[in-house]
Design a protein around this ligand. Structure first.
Ligand SMILES: [Zn+2]
Length: 244
């Protein structure tokens, strides 16, 4: 029902009106290519409507180019802007989009094949390397300092090489790659209550052993789950949950 209604409304807007709006935006942006978000901010219609109508933003711009051409005008490609400063929010949003698309931490090739809106080198430069960029993203998704705490443990453990408690500490630590797999599998949400730092303010996520480490539970994907702090703290070693 809703869908039909939406379609009807979309079709009710004449193409000429859409092209007028695009042309108005072109003028606003000094005839330099613009994105659908920028367009939405200044036009009477939304960028997503243009995308729906033409089957993509680029195709919408093609239609605009044709119209401008008829008037002896043109739309210059957007200049390469290496100095554009993206906010952390923009950087993380784009990383999440591609991460979800490839279903894991994206490699350089996977990133570049995913039509990124922000370049791979941009992340490397901003965060001092790709791994760090991914770490910052995870930290952001987990709600803050959880990883930092883990790193303290790792650092302490490496200083204690040779001491008896080193092995005990380090074997409990969950390798980063595995941690990312667990988070990605659980869609960065608590497996119990579904909360995520992205949508529920103040939520922090932990990686939890289903069968506790102290009860012989191993640090393997099948025995790990994402829990929010509240759900995780309500759990003790004597409480063994049934696996999912
Ligand atoms: Zn929870």
């Amino acid at each position: 029902m809703d869908f039909k209604f939406q379609r009807k409304r979309l079709n009710e807007i004449p193409e000429a009106k859409i092209l007028d709006e695009l042309e108005k935006a072109a003028k606003h942006f000094n005839y330099i290519e613009f994105g659908h978000r920028e367009f939405s901010k200044i036009a009477d219609i939304s960028g997503s409507l243009v995308k729906k109508r033409y089957g993509g933003w680029k195709k919408g711009l093609e239609a605009l180019r044709k119209r401008l051409q008829e008037k002896g005008l043109s739309l210059s490609p957007r200049p390469h802007a290496p100095n554009r400063i993206y906010s952390d929010k923009e950087l993380f949003a784009e990383m999440e989009r591609i991460w979800q698309k490839v279903g894991q931490r994206p490699s350089k090739t996977e990133w570049e094949m995913s039509e990124p809106r922000i370049s791979y080198p941009c992340y490397k430069k901003r965060f001092g390397g790709w791994t760090n960029a991914c770490l910052k993203f995870i930290e952001h998704k987990m709600g803050g300092d959880i990883l930092a705490e883990d790193f303290v443990i790792v650092e302490q453990a490496s200083q204690q090489v040779g001491k008896t408690d080193y092995k005990k500490e380090s074997s409990r630590d969950i390798p980063l790659g595995l941690r990312l797999k667990v988070l990605s599998r659980d869609n960065f949400r608590c497996s119990f209550c579904g909360k995520s730092p992205a949508t529920d303010f103040g939520t922090k996520l932990h990686i939890d052993h289903v069968t506790p480490f102290s009860k012989g539970g191993k640090s393997v994907l099948e025995n790990l789950q994402t829990l929010c702090e509240a759900c995780n703290l309500g759990k003790s070693d004597t409480f063994i949950k049934v696996g999912q």
